[in-house]
Design a binder for this molecule. Structure first.
Ligand code: TMP
Ligand code: MG
Length: 297
């Protein structure tokens, strides 16, 4: 796949010629970018996945944790339970990213993974006051350049929806830890339900896993109704399931989808090129999203 970089990109968004960038249809990307930029920042909304999209996939050759991993690896969890959670990850993560299985085939297995993991966390009687410590002691890292991404969107009053199948309470703690839980940020995720003593007793509401973000979006029509005057969408994800995060957007006019391809690159590259407008291969930075956000606002 050879990506033809047009004169427009070279001049306006030189980061799109970075070696990590792949595009199937650069002309479409240019057209959509120009339409969104022309309409201006007050017509734009950003929807982003969290784990492995806003957070790094690896650092110094070591995998970085997801929201679930942050808690799983913390002192709040017994070593016996840690082993069980690690076994679940070993069983189900390869299924999540397996290109030989259809989304329909993966669906029940993803529900099984999330349900088993959440049941184990409830059994551990995790306390609310253990979450901040778990995050502070973890190796969680947002992608390089995250400060510009969050602060620039905030400065231009562009709403940022973080739509995550992770754990909302942990996610909030991570962005608070990095000082980017700003007023334009809204989160859809799995939130913990604590009893009056602050002990985890269940998860609230409908479960969000990697492949049911469409249903999650449609349950939150109120949010998208509020943003109906913003018909242009910038979407960021790392999973094929993330492509459905914008399914609740009302009166959508333009959407530009940026996908981080972190793992199993050769097997998945064609699928990502067919689904995302811009694919970032093994890119641990926000350089390209930042350049795009700057161009659009
Ligand atoms: P995301 O929607 O923010 O990317 O979060 C989903 C990720 O969480 C997904 O890639 C798998 C991961 N995950 C774990 O790491 N451990 C778990 O126990 C579960 C249920 C999910
Ligand atoms: Mg993700």
């Amino acid at each position: 796949m050879v990506t033809v970089i047009t004169a427009f990109f070279r001049k306006m968004i030189p980061e799109l010629s970075n070696p990590s960038v792949c595009m199937k249809d650069p002309q479409r990307v240019q057209k959509v970018l120009q339409s969104i930029a022309e309409a201006g920042a007050n017509k734009l909304q950003v929807i982003s996945d969290f784990d492995m999209t806003l957070t790094r996939f690896s650092y110094n050759g070591k995998r970085c944790p997801t929201c679930h991993n942050i808690l799983d690896n913390s002192r709040a969890i017994s070593s016996e339970c840690k082993q069980k959670l690690a076994d679940l990850l070993k069983t189900y993560y390869p299924i999540e990213i397996d290109t030989s299985l259809s989304v329909e085939e993966k669906l029940p297995l993803m529900v099984e993974w999330w349900t088993k993991a959440h049941d184990l966390l409830v059994e551990q009687k995790v306390r609310k006051d253990q979450l901040a410590e778990a995050v502070h002691e973890s190796e969680a890292r947002l992608r390089d350049g995250y400060e510009f991404f969050f602060n620039h969107l905030h400065k231009h009053d562009v709403p940022l929806l973080i739509f995550s199948a992770g754990i909302g309470d942990i996610l909030e703690e991570v962005i608070r830890h990095f000082n980017v839980f700003l007023s334009n940020v809204k989160i859809f995720s799995n939130y913990m339900d604590f009893d009056e003593s602050g002990t985890l007793r269940a998860f609230k509401g409908e479960l969000i896993h990697v492949y049911n973000k469409r249903e999650g979006a449609l349950l939150n029509t109120g949010h998208f109704q509020e943003l109906r005057t913003r018909p242009n969408v910038l979407l960021l994800g790392d999973s094929i399931g993330d492509l459905n995060m914008a399914d609740g957007v009302q009166d959508m006019q333009n959407i530009l989808k940026i996908g981080f391809l972190n793992d199993k690159v050769e097997e998945r590259k064609q699928t990502y090129l067919d689904s995302y407008d811009i694919v970032l291969v093994k890119d641990e930075t926000m350089d390209v999203p930042n350049a795009i956000v700057l161009y659009l606002t």
